[in-house]
Write a protein that binds this ligand. Structure first.
Ligand SMILES: Nc1ncnc2c1ncn2[C@@H]1O[C@H](COP(=O)(O)OP(=O)(O)O)[C@@H](O)[C@H]1O
Ligand SMILES: [Mg+2]
Length: 424
């Protein structure tokens, strides 16, 4: 079949790499893609916010199946529009994508379905939000309701910090995403990501993963989209996986069905493993980035039939096989990220780095300029590696990075430290 992938980052490069290897794939297109994706797919210039243009492209090029990478087009209803035009698409409908598009929606769903999560309330005015804050004290967490590209959450250590966050969010700093907010209880524990492929009824768990959100070594510095990840996450053993499915994921699917918005696509649960068990921090309605860059190398089965089964509602009869090896990815970012950074610096040594055993380099923000690869974003490369252990995967990823010549970039030196400490 002919497949169109929507998105331009490291997640999409990993998906393109995996889908290009499928015997089911004839032509693979990607809008917009990047210099790495261009090796796996035909990159096309297409404004993915313009659904009519995407539909027209599919019709003109015989596209049978569209795979949506990022959350924004899902929340904007691109899957509904494609399906209405008779084009199969992987991902949730607009109504189901509210699980990521509105934190308040998901919190209410948890309350309704008895899903373990932090205690909370929703607010539209600063006065009411602050009254709740003063009644509860710090530490406490303040979250903008809508999509905020990772900039909508403040884990406040003091009441003053929480007040400032309330004023900032409701003050219009985040636009429409901040018209409403959630204030919730601070959860202590270890954070982990859990992924399940869903078809409305069935949830098929994928591998677990952990990422590193802070910019600098030792989990210090500003929050980012993610500076690295590894899989599996040792804290998700089979018993914990069964609990997460039974207590969190399956009740969510039942509740979404009950409201007439069955959930199809990847459900990415951000979890806190607390002393009282797993609790839901938030849902995302797509693969994690950079978690996808460790899940795809570990996936032994063909991805394309799995995505189709999610769309077609036949996941029950599907079985996915995983490599027993661990995978780890290190993000190389432009100096200055997540603040201001420059674009256009030259990256060398990629081909040589990619020849190392177990190594796969996914591009996140690059562009081709003649024979040269240029940095073209904040997060620029994901250097992924498989290994018998997380330690071995880590050693391989850093050995590859040592061959990449890009003085304008930086990366963390301790990705996977928690899992490696456990291995030792
Ligand atoms: N209730 C909570 N208790 C402790 N930490 C939290 C809580 N909610 C969120 N966080 C922290 O803030 C981060 C961002 O929150 P999240 O709800 O995942 O929002 P988003 O990913 O949309 O920015 C989480 O990854 C977690 O580290
Ligand atoms: Mg999150």
């Amino acid at each position: 079949m002919n497949i169109l992938l929507l998105g331009s980052g490291g997640r999409e490069h990993a998906l393109a790499w995996k889908m290009a290897a499928s015997p089911l794939t004839d032509r693979l297109f990607c809008a917009m893609g990047n210099a790495g994706i261009a090796h796996e797919a035909q990159c096309v210039t297409l404004d993915i916010a313009d659904h009519a243009k995407v539909i027209a492209f599919c019709r003109a090029n015989g596209v049978d199946f569209v795979v949506v990478g990022p959350e924004a087009p899902l929340c904007a209803g691109i899957v509904d529009d494609l399906e209405a035009a008779g084009i199969k698409a992987f991902g949730p409908s607009r109504a189901a994508a509210r699980l990521e598009g509105s934190k308040g929606f998901t919190k209410d769903l948890c309350r309704f379905a008895g899903i373990p999560t932090a205690a909370y309330e929703r607010f539209r005015t600063a006065a009411e939000a602050k009254a709740y804050l003063h009644a509860h004290g710090a530490p406490i967490v303040v979250k903008a309701d809508g999509l905020a590209a990772g900039k909508g959450v403040v884990v406040a250590e003091s009441v003053a910090e929480a007040e400032a966050a309330i004023d900032l969010i409701l003050g219009g700093e985040l636009g429409e995403a901040g018209a409403e907010l959630v204030i919730e209880e601070f959860l202590a524990g270890e954070e982990v990501s859990f992924f399940a492929l869903c078809d409305g009824e069935t949830a098929l768990p994928l591998a677990s993963a952990q990422d590193h959100k802070r910019a600098f070594d030792g989990d210090k510095g500003p929050n980012t989209g993610g500076m690295g990840a590894y899989s599996p996450a040792p804290i998700i053993d089979p018993g914990m996986s069964a609990r997460v499915l039974a207590e969190i994921v399956q009740p969510t699917l039942r509740a979404m069905n009950a409201m007439g918005a069955p959930y199809r696509g990847v459900l990415y649960a951000g979890l806190m493993i607390t002393a009282a068990g797993p609790k839901l921090i938030e849902y995302n309605v797509r693969f994690g980035d950079p978690e996808c860059q460790v899940l795809m190398p570990r996936l032994m089965s063909d991805l394309v039939p799995a995505l189709l089964a999610s769309r077609d509602g036949v996941l029950k009869s599907l079985d996915l096989r995983w490599h027993p090896e661990a995978a780890l990815t290190v993000v190389m970012a432009a100096r200055g990220y997540p603040g201001a950074y420059g674009k256009g610096s030259v990256i060398e040594g990629l081909a040589e780095a990619a020849t190392l055993e177990g190594v796969e380099i996914f591009h996140a923000g690059t562009k081709q300029d003649g024979g040269r690869i240029l940095a073209d974003g904040g997060r620029v490369l994901n250097v992924s590696a498989l290994g018998k252990t997380v330690s071995e995967a880590q050693a391989r990823a850093y050995a590859a990075i040592a061959r990449i010549r890009w003085p304008e970039g930086f990366y963390r030196h301790d990705i996977g430290w928690r899992a490696i400490a456990r291995e030792k």
